[in-house]
Design a protein around this ligand. Structure first.
Ligand code: GSH
Length: 205
């Protein structure tokens, strides 16, 4: 059984979508990051970086319990464990990893900063402009890729699972999906998947 430590944010939803999509049993442990649960010693023993998500696989490599943090690493681990949502062909697998890294190093941090500065009561125009512009640039890259490929790296993969919950927050960074028609087509298609719909509901209130 996999133990999932999560909260209702994009990085957390990546892990719950993947667990729902691969259909293996897991238990949810909500970590209320608004109340500081991520700083508690018992959670720091699982993720020393005090962020969600994290997992413990009771049946990890060698049949031993295995702890893992960083959402991208969790997606790769679960893909490797189950053989799902990434290809076996090396070149194709690295295309998936390339778009996963694009999400982890670009989409997540930049959309996240844009969301933060839009929400901040005391407005900082320079920061809003910087992160909004970078978010729009990243949407253009996504849109161009999705004009030539149904999903980010060919078939539906962990790269899409990683990116979807960040695009779900497009209102928060003031982006209208209609301006990026290929991203919208992709976003709508992924949103119809039952596993994605279930994963987006985690943690349940
Ligand atoms: N690179 C990390 C980022 C995780 C992350 O930023 N999680 C946020 C929620 S989306 C969090 O736990 N924030 C709590 C905090 O910073 O104290 C990952 O992808 O797992």
């Amino acid at each position: 059984m996999i133990q999932l430590y999560t909260w209702g944010t994009p990085n957390g939803k990546k892990a719950s979508i993947m667990l729902e999509e691969i259909g293996i049993p897991y238990e949810v442990h909500p970590v209320n990051i608004g109340q500081g649960d991520q700083m508690k010693p018992e959670y720091l023993a699982i993720n020393p970086n005090n962020k969600i998500p994290a997992i413990i696989d009771g049946d990890g490599p060698g049949g031993k319990p295995f702890k893992l943090f960083e959402s991208g690493a969790i997606l790769m681990y679960l893909a490797e464990k189950t053989g799902k949502f990434w290809p076996t062909d090396l070149a194709k697998r690295y295309e998936v990893i390339q778009w996963l890294m694009f999400q982890m190093g670009g989409v997540g941090p930049m959309f996240g900063q844009a969301n933060y500065f839009y929400r901040l009561e005391e407005k900082v125009p320079y920061a809003i402009e910087r992160f909004y512009k970078e978010a729009v640039r990243l949407y253009k890259v996504l849109d161009k890729q999705l004009a030539q490929s149904e999903y980010l790296a060919g078939e539906y993969s962990i790269a899409d699972i990683a990116t979807y919950p960040w695009v779900w927050r497009h209102d928060g960074h003031n982006v209208k999906l209609e301006e990026f028609p290929n991203v919208k087509r992709w976003y709508d298609a992924i949103g119809k998947r039952p596993g994605v719909q279930r994963g987006m509901e985690i943690p349940k209130k």
